[in-house]
Design a protein. Structure first.
Length: 357
């Protein structure tokens, strides 16, 4: 089916965003967490674009398992809408909006069949980014631009350089992307750590030079053995499990950096002298929502710039993502996908929802 087949409309559609009379909203599907650990697919009405808006219809969205599982487990008492990696096709452009035209784009929106995006004059869209997808890049791969931005921001903040030993704890989607970006940045060795052999095999395809299954080996000891006893100069914690942090500190080389790039809720206890002070480690957190909206001479890599760079890598064939996709399913199967995520990490990785069916 074509993207516009997923919506219902009985009034005349004016692609300019203006209407000669009363408009009838689009009725589109969406994914909703009505309460804790519950997920449904219902519908929502999307009106015509206002003069300062564009309207777009979804083709694909990507599940961000870590963040969305956090929401899934905590939702309530008010319903929550998950998702923020969205690709679709612009079908209406408001009269006051410049620089956008009908066509494909990637943006930060919920799992929903169509969206309105408010464009702020001189700043961009209200969610921070609405970027065009190169013609040679599929909508499916373009959905990775937002999670890719999360991973890339972490790698930029930690700053691995040529020959720096890197360890990445957690090989979910973001961990796989961190592994790939660290290798592109010149890190060596790049050591992937996880509990799942299938994810570690995929990490090899993502650029890992070595892998460690932490269910069968002491990860910190294995990393030191692979780095002549020193440890990794850059250690990335890309997991939602806080208790991994002490192991990351033990795996770091003296003077190294431990970068929290995942979304770990809760607390953890560390030994300040043995694990932090005596090694003079640096611990940093990353959260790309803190980016400036517009670039300036001291900060060029805004969210828009990072996502455009990722789409450029895909256009040039320099970023490998196909091996990360484990499920391509209709949005109607979203409840089943979230139950699978809740059951544990085995058997899945990147889940792409199709909104064209």
């Amino acid at each position: 089916m074509r993207p516009h087949d997923i919506v219902k409309r009985t009034a005349h559609h004016d692609p300019s965003g203006s209407s000669g009379g009363a408009s009838i909203p689009l009725t589109v599907p969406r994914v909703v967490f009505p309460s804790r650990q519950q997920v449904v697919v219902d519908t929502v009405e999307i009106p015509d674009a206002k003069p300062n808006q564009i309207r777009a219809r979804a083709t694909r969205t990507l599940v961000s398992a870590g963040t969305e599982r956090n929401v899934f487990e905590r939702a309530g008492p008010q319903p929550r809408q998950p998702g923020y990696s969205w690709v679709g096709v612009v079908d209406q452009v408001g009269a006051d909006v410049a620089g956008y035209r009908p066509g494909a784009l990637v943006t930060q929106q919920r799992h929903q069949g169509a969206v309105l995006i408010t464009i702020d004059s001189g700043v961009g869209d209200s969610e921070g980014y609405a970027g065009r997808i190169p013609a040679s890049v599929s909508d499916e791969l373009a959905t990775f631009a937002v999670l890719g931005d999360v991973a890339l921001h972490g790698v930029r903040r930690a700053g691995p350089s040529l020959g720096d030993a890197v360890a990445v704890f957690g090989q979910g989607v973001v961990g796989q992307l961190v592994t790939q970006f660290a290798r592109l940045a010149g890190g060596y060795p790049v050591i992937a750590v996880d509990l799942d052999d299938d994810r570690l095999a995929k990490a090899r395809l993502s650029g890992a030079t070595h892998t460690v299954n932490a269910a069968r080996a002491n990860a910190a000891e294995a990393i030191r053995a692979l780095t002549d006893g020193e440890g990794a100069r850059m250690v990335f914690m890309v997991t939602r499990t806080p208790r991994i942090l002490p192991e990351c500190l033990l795996a770091a080389a003296p003077g190294g950096t431990v970068c929290l790039t995942g979304s770990p809720p809760g607390t953890v206890e560390i030994r300040l002298q043995e694990e932090l002070l005596r090694k003079e480690l640096r611990i940093i957190g990353t959260h790309q929502a803190r980016y400036p909206r517009t670039p300036y001479h001291m900060f060029a890599w805004t969210r828009a710039a990072n996502r455009a760079y990722i789409l450029g890598l895909l256009e040039r064939g320099e970023l490998r993502l196909e091996h990360l996709i484990s499920h391509r399913v209709s949005y109607r199967q979203a409840p089943e996908m979230y139950r699978m995520i809740e059951a544990g990490p085995a058997g899945w990785l990147a889940i792409v929802l199709d909104w064209t069916e």
